[in-house]
Ligand binder design. Structure first.
Ligand SMILES: [Zn+2]
Length: 410
């Protein structure tokens, strides 16, 4: 078994934490921003130093490839993203990139033999922080998103700027022939922070990820009557916001009885007319529910379909926005990650991903899997995001040995 180098990991984590440093322990690094440009440069410079060849594709995804002993063999990729949310942490995404770099650095410095070319990769615009949607370029490359529509995506901060214009101006845009594809690549691994508390609570250093949870998304509405806040007696009101509160309580009571592993969220609410002197006449809120088992998701749908047609004098309505099935990772690769962690005597457990990642799109194209490392106090998408250098290195070591197992397997 081979292990990665903690000092080298610390050095890379510190180096990348500077690019977009927001001064409060975290970063703001939107994809293809000047800060991201610095991070990409650092990646390319360090990878060229160990003899990796740098390529970019038409979505500005970057590939750093170390040749293997068999030039005809397909590549094995390790990938994650270099962009962050506004005031995000130093680990989400970039740790997967740093770990992929560390694997190649270890292989180069210890001259570890391998047959397949091995590629460390950066995905463009995973977060969709400035240009929605999230997982934009993996969506394009795997044929889920229409490229022209993505190029037309407008900046959340300046509606005059499109993603296409930023991409065009970027030095990282290359040829479509460089894209990750099933013809050129055998498999893909993505190491990522857990972004939740499960590993830490279990005292595990590695999460062997088996799937990305299926989910369903609804818009739920209540319809009342707008009236004057001062002149309408309480008994005469049809308050759509009060009705929405009742619907939410109804949903929580029913959904909490379904399954302890079910997670659901109302994160968005629109209240009309949203004026403090007017009784609301229409409220529209989201419900996002996630679970591995489609039967549980079906029960969630039944609960939503069962919302009474009238609550607190207001009519209710609901509409499914979208849904996706649970995405299961490749069982061979999952086994390689598990064996690597066990062989290194690193405490691990199986885990699913409640969050979306580029790997879930790639999974439909080639064997793919993920490795999780713990997130301190479960925090992510915020500045306190933290994973210790030892845990980061343990993750990189598991990635290294799993990749070498894949190299021997294919
Ligand atoms: Zn991420």
């Amino acid at each position: 078994m081979y292990t990665c180098n903690t000092e080298r990991m610390i050095d890379k984590i510190a180096a990348f934490s500077k690019f977009g440093d927001a001064g409060r322990g975290g970063i703001t690094r939107f994809s293809l921003s000047p800060e991201d440009h610095l991070a990409r440069n650092e990646f390319a410079t360090r990878m060229e130093k160990i003899g990796a060849a740098i390529e970019c594709d038409d979505m500005a995804n970057i590939y750093a490839t170390l040749p293997g002993s068999d030039p005809a063999a397909k590549r094995i990729a390790m990938a994650s993203h270099s962009d962050s949310v506004q005031n995000g942490g130093n680990y989400d995404g970039i740790l997967g990139v740093i770990s992929a770099m560390e694997v190649l650095e270890t292989i180069a410095s210890e001259k570890i033999p391998h047959r397949h070319p091995l590629t460390a990769m950066i995905w463009t615009n995973e977060e969709g922080s400035l240009f929605p949607p999230a997982m934009m370029s993996s969506g394009v490359i795997t044929g889920r998103f229409d490229k022209e529509k993505m190029l037309a995506s407008k900046s959340r901060l300046d509606q005059g700027i499109t993603f296409g214009a930023v991409l065009e101006a970027s030095p990282w845009m290359g040829a479509a022939t460089n894209r990750l594809s099933a013809e050129k690549y055998e498999a893909m691994f993505e190491l990522h922070i857990e972004q939740g508390p499960i590993l830490e609570e279990a005292g595990a250093e590695i999460g062997v990820v088996t799937c990305v949870l299926g989910m369903v998304n609804y818009r739920i509405r209540t319809f009342g009557q707008a009236d004057h806040a001062g002149t309408t007696p309480m008994k005469n009101r049809k308050d759509a916001l009060f009705a929405a509160a009742k619907v939410l309580t109804y949903l929580h009571e029913k959904l909490d009885r379904l399954d302890p592993a079910l997670v659901y969220t109302t994160g968005e609410i629109k209240c009309h007319p949203c004026i403090h002197t007017v009784i609301p006449d229409e409220v529209d809120f989201s419900l996002d529910a996630r679970h591995e088992n489609p039967e549980v998701i079906q029960k969630v749908i039944e609960v939503i379909e069962g919302i009474p047609a009238e609550i607190a004098g207001c009519k209710t309505g609901h509409e499914r926005s979208w849904a996706r099935d649970t995405v299961y990772f490749d069982s061979d690769l999952v086994g390689m990650v598990k064996t690597a962690a066990d062989s290194l005597s690193i405490k691990n457990r199986y885990i699913n991903s409640g969050a979306g990642h580029d790997a879930q799109f790639v999974c439909g194209m080639m064997p793919t899997t993920m490795i999780f490392v713990p997130s301190k106090d479960g925090h992510s998408h915020c500045e306190p995001e933290y994973t210790s250098p030892e845990e980061c290195t343990a993750g990189a070591s598991v990635l290294l040995n799993a990749v070498l197992a894949a190299d021997a397997h294919y």
